[in-house]
Design a protein around this ligand. Structure first.
Ligand SMILES: Nc1ncnc2c1ncn2[C@@H]1O[C@H](COP(=O)(O)OP(=O)(O)O)[C@@H](O)[C@H]1O
Ligand SMILES: CC(=O)N[C@@H](CCC(=O)OP(=O)(O)O)C(=O)O
Length: 243
């Protein structure tokens, strides 16, 4: 849909959203933009997993997810993180709706690599017609989970989910909001990133852990038609843009 902006909020960032975040969403809303927020919750899932004595393991920023961890992931994302973000947006006077994969077959997915990651998936499709309708008059808030065609829930990295959904929605922008001001190299924000530069930073181990899926997701979205793709910790600051 024309004028759609997809914003991904990382789990850490969701606990410390600045006033400028809500101000910018309001500005976009007043301009007639359609806004979909995909939220993470990785630190919260890790915290609750540890409290329940479940092992916490990530490979290149992707959580290895067994059945018990999947239950914790669903409970934390849909029971804690999402309602909090919806509450903040409602308190800012914005119309908001929280959604998940099972709403009208909203997000379908398939396993990423079951033997390596367990119950982890990638998004393969969305119910675009319904989502476009919802976003006509509300700001959507969506958790990064998917369901297979036979109803199995899958945990999806939120950056990868946001990128794929932005492409499927023909979004004009994808913003990844995290806890750092952009991709950092020697303490400075890299303002424009090409794939060649990113490969170099991967090889030098400057881009690692949670930043890896963000970079891959950002290039995937940009190459597939999302014009403006960037990473920042503050919507009023430029961060890192992808070329
Ligand atoms: N080159 C880099 N520049 C900035 N952050 C990086 C870089 N490489 C790794 N990181 C790490 O990536 C983290 C952001 O990823 P993550 O913790 O998964 O955030 P989120 O919860 O927002 O998805 C940063 O806090 C930082 O520790
Ligand atoms: C498969 C996978 O890694 N899923 C992520 C989903 C949440 C997420 O991505 O949260 P952040 O954006 O806060 O990191 C996880 O379990 O942590």
């Amino acid at each position: 849909m024309e004028g759609t902006i997809v914003i991904k909020i990382g789990g850490n960032a969701s606990n410390q959203l600045p006033d400028t975040f809500f101000q910018q969403i309001k500005n976009w809303w007043d301009m007639g933009k359609h806004v979909l927020i995909i939220h993470g919750g990785g630190p919260q899932i890790s915290k609750w997993s540890e409290m329940l004595n479940l092992s916490v393991k990530k490979i290149d920023g992707i959580r290895v997810t067994d059945d018990a961890t999947l239950d914790v992931t669903k409970a934390v994302l849909l029971g804690m993180v999402q309602p909090k973000i919806c509450q903040y947006l409602s308190e800012s006077g914005l119309p908001v709706i929280g959604m998940n994969a099972s709403d009208n077959h909203l997000i379908t997915g398939e396993y990423l690599n079951k033997s390596e990651y367990g119950e982890v998936g990638k998004v393969t499709g969305i119910n675009k017609q319904w989502l476009d309708e919802v976003l006509e008059d509300q700001i959507g808030v969506l958790a990064p989970l998917a369901q297979t065609s036979d109803g199995q829930w899958l945990n999806v990295n939120a950056d990868m989910a946001a990128a794929k959904i932005a492409v499927e929605l023909n979004a004009e922008s994808l913003v990844l909001i995290t806890d750092v001001p952009g991709v950092l190299n020697s303490g400075k924000v890299v303002s424009q990133l090409t794939e060649t530069d990113a490969d170099d930073l991967f090889k030098k181990d400057i881009i690692k852990s949670g930043m890896m899926p963000k970079i891959n997701a950002s290039f995937a979205a940009h190459k597939n038609g999302v014009d403006q793709t960037f990473i920042t910790n503050d919507l009023s600051k430029p961060g890192t843009h992808f070329q």
